[in-house]
Ligand binder design. Structure first.
Ligand SMILES: C[S@@+](CC[C@H](N)C(=O)[O-])C[C@H]1O[C@@H](n2cnc3c(N)ncnc32)[C@H](O)[C@@H]1O
Length: 427
């Protein structure tokens, strides 16, 4: 391989951009260990640098004064393509999608030439970490099957999406072999307001549900589990309450989580409020809607689910607001039921699930669901969760040997929920 004194290479001002010193050091280490895998590329007429400024810097860092090179006209077509891609990656303002695609393309080009080629070699070649390269490769491969991967907010969100899809596919294959035995459990996909109309009167022994709250929620990853319109959700829940009452058997319980601000009413306001006025009905809150629907007893004050491990989810200004580490709910009785436990405090202390443990961002922990189900159900009962999410209540129902029906408007969550139900049977 021909070499040239580095001082003879012509480098333009544009090429002399600031380099990350750690990157240069890492490259220098690798060159010392393995040698220079890729000679720099020069223009024949004036030894102008076409590609390889980082490699030159790494050589200088190693105290070397000469570097291996090739002229651009000596490159094969594939090498020219590689060069373009490599240059592409150096461009500023590259979107994360463009960068991931370019890295993945370089990687597959290299693998075509050399089947032994590894992600760490591509990492060295493009000056990125091995993790960045494997993420780019897996996102790009998945996007060939499902282009919606590119719609993610950023590379981290896309990677999470791809990892989740893979995990779910593997789970589906395993779950397909589980025989359907024991109590029945199913999540139906669709709008709860419509699906509940098809359920017969007095069909269920309990309703346990976590209503949508009518608030928008966005996580740091850019994931948006909710974009709820407050009026729509309020009217939806207001309309669901009488239906929930209708489908419950006599002497049964409904446990309902809801936005605490939409839960209780002001006793004085209750004396004057006009039942026909929709606006004031909305403001009366869940407790009042339950009473209007016919529930004989509704928790005097909401119960609270305390989440000690909650570290994220500030309200407003981080210096003034606090992390919201609880949710609220109420128990509503149809007829004259009793709880299966007496004198329990109205706080439930359960950690939320970690990202790795849950299928769905607001999935309720199994221990909490188990306790709630135990409080209001017996073996063989039939439980409804009209807002089933990914089936946490349904799984608790199965663990209690109860039958379960769920509704869920989001098809992906419903599918995951049904998968979880099958897996619960297998536990
Ligand atoms: C608070 S989450 C329930 C979480 C669930 N308990 C779990 O642990 O996974 C509320 C769910 O209601 C669903 N939802 C919202 N509007 C709906 C509707 N009109 N019909 C059915 N489901 C709906 C949302 O997609 C969301 O999954």
């Amino acid at each position: 391989m021909q070499t040239i004194p580095i001082s003879n290479v012509k480098i333009t001002r544009r090429q002399r951009k600031e380099l990350d010193s750690e990157e240069v050091e890492a490259l220098a280490d690798s060159i010392e260990r393995w040698g220079l895998l890729h000679p720099v590329t020069l223009r024949r007429k004036d030894n102008g640098l076409i590609a390889g400024f980082r490699r030159i810097q790494a050589h200088l860092a190693l105290g070397r004064s000469e570097i291996e090179f090739r002229y651009h006209d000596e490159l094969t077509d594939i090498e020219v393509k590689e060069l373009e891609l490599e240059e592409n990656i150096r461009r500023v303002n590259l979107t994360w999608q463009e960068e991931a695609q370019a890295i993945a393309e370089i990687h597959s080009l290299k693998q075509e030439i050399d089947p032994e080629w590894t992600t760490s070699k591509t990492a060295e070649f493009v000056g990125k970490s091995t993790g960045t390269v494997s993420t780019a490769v897996s996102i790009t491969r998945e996007a060939e099957r499902d282009p919606s991967v590119w719609e993610a907010k950023g590379v981290v969100a896309a990677k999470n999406k791809v990892d989740r899809k893979r995990k779910i596919e593997a789970r589906k294959i395993r779950a397909a072999s589980v025989p359907e035995t024991g109590p029945s459990a199913e999540i139906k996909t669709g709008d709860a307001a419509e699906l509940i109309l098809a359920e017969p009167d007095e069909e269920f022994d309990a309703v346990v549900t976590n209503f949508p709250f009518g608030v928008d929620l966005e996580f740091k990853s850019g994931e948006r589990p909710y974009e709820d319109d407050e009026t729509y959700i309020t009217d939806l829940v207001m309309g669901m309450v009488p239906e929930i009452y209708r489908v419950l058997k006599d002497d049964s319980w409904a446990i309902m989580f809801f936005d605490i601000r939409k839960m209780t009413y002001n006793t004085f306001m209750a004396q004057t409020y006009d039942h026909r006025d929709k606006v004031s009905r909305r403001g009366m809150g869940l407790k009042r809607w339950c009473e209007e629907a016919g529930f004989s007893y509704v928790s005097m004050l909401p119960f609270i689910w305390v989440k000690p491990n909650k570290r994220q989810g500030l309200i407003g200004n981080a210096d003034r607001g606090m992390v919201v580490a609880y949710e609220a709910g109420i128990f509503a009785a149809k007829g004259d039921p009793t709880l299966n436990v007496s004198g329990r405090q109205n706080i439930f202390v359960y950690d939320t699930l970690t990202t790795g443990e849950r299928d769905f961002s607001v999935e309720m922990p199994p221990d909490l669901c188990d306790e709630l189900v135990r409080m209001v159900c017996y073996q063989g009962d039939k439980i409804l969760d009209p807002f089933a999410g990914s089936g946490a209540i349904g799984s608790a129902a199965l663990r209690r040997d109860c039958n379960f029906v769920g509704f869920e408007i989001d098809p992906e969550r419903a599918e995951l929920g049904n998968l979880k139900l099958r897996e619960t049977r297998n536990e």
